[in-house]
Ligand binder design. Structure first.
Ligand SMILES: [Zn+2]
Length: 277
């Protein structure tokens, strides 16, 4: 059984066929998905989706949403974390982090939200799901100051030294569609050489499509259906074939190892995967 440790199932791309997306994932063996929130406005949506479909969720304010977030959204997050503290499906604080790639974001405001949310995670005893984009060192700086109980650095694409530092702090690194591209040399090197306990799988659906769904600007200009480029959690086992090729694993090994790692990173997942008596 596979675990998609990062899926935006609430995204509008899934509005037309969300139940079918979950059914296809289950049919492909992807029995668990973690649905991270990105803003206060979707806290309820990810929580209700997780309950409706037997999945897990995280609450947090994504760095790309800090510009439009209200100053008291951190209070709303704190309230929501307290209100749902006994909800077995609330497994992390996320998606939080820093984005030093997308232009036009205020780095000071991003950092304010990141540090405040690390403190909320620490106080709630929850791991964090981190958005890392040209920001690994700044994220690690925050983690050295505020001791959270580990988590996942999602869509990791940093250096080997940065990867090692996340692992040393008890983090797992998330690998998905980007790994399927032959030119993704750094990501593939991490997937091949990191300790096997450090790896989790994710789709980040509907984003980060694997190479067989990817559309170039030329494809789009030629009239390719944009919906065909949508990533979805059912793709996870095929994405994992790249990991199997890099590490010499069977699919069963990849599924059991990466699911065990997701459970270690997000311990509340363990109880969710036990079938009800
Ligand atoms: Zn995400």
């Amino acid at each position: 059984m596979w675990t998609d440790s990062h899926c935006h199932l609430d995204a509008p791309e899934f509005d037309a066929d969300r139940d079918a997306v979950v059914a296809r994932a289950r049919a492909a063996g992807v029995s668990m998905q973690v649905l991270p929130a990105v803003a206060v406005a979707n806290f309820n949506t990810v929580r209700l989706l997780a309950h409706r479909h037997g999945l897990a969720y995280a609450l947090g304010i994504h760095p790309l949403y800090t510009g439009r977030a209200a100053d008291d959204d951190l209070d709303r997050l704190q309230t929501a974390l307290q209100q749902h503290r006994d909800d077995p499906r609330l497994v992390a604080v996320g998606e939080i982090g820093l984005d030093h790639f997308v232009p036009g974001l205020d780095p000071v405001r991003q950092r304010h939200f990141y540090v405040a949310q690390l403190k909320l995670a620490r106080d709630a005893g929850l791991p964090v799901i981190l958005h890392v984009r040209r920001s690994a060192d700044a994220l690690l700086h925050g983690l050295r100051r505020i001791a959270v109980p580990g988590g996942i650095a999602h869509a990791f694409n940093g250096s080997a030294a940065q990867a090692r530092q996340f692992v040393e702090r008890g983090f797992r690194l998330g690998f998905g569609g980007a790994m399927t591209f032959e030119r993704a040399l750094q990501i593939r090197a991490h997937a091949a050489t990191l300790p096997e306990t450090a790896l989790v799988l994710e789709t980040d659906a509907p984003d980060i499509p694997p190479h067989w769904l990817y559309q170039t600007a030329a494809d789009r200009a030629a009239g390719a259906d944009p919906a065909a480029a949508r990533n979805e959690p059912a793709e996870l086992p095929r994405i994992a074939q790249t990991l199997c090729a890099l590490r010499g694993w069977t699919p069963a090994q990849a599924a059991s190892t990466t699911t065990a790692n997701a459970h270690a990173a997000l311990p509340k997942l363990v109880r969710l995967s036990v079938p009800a008596p």
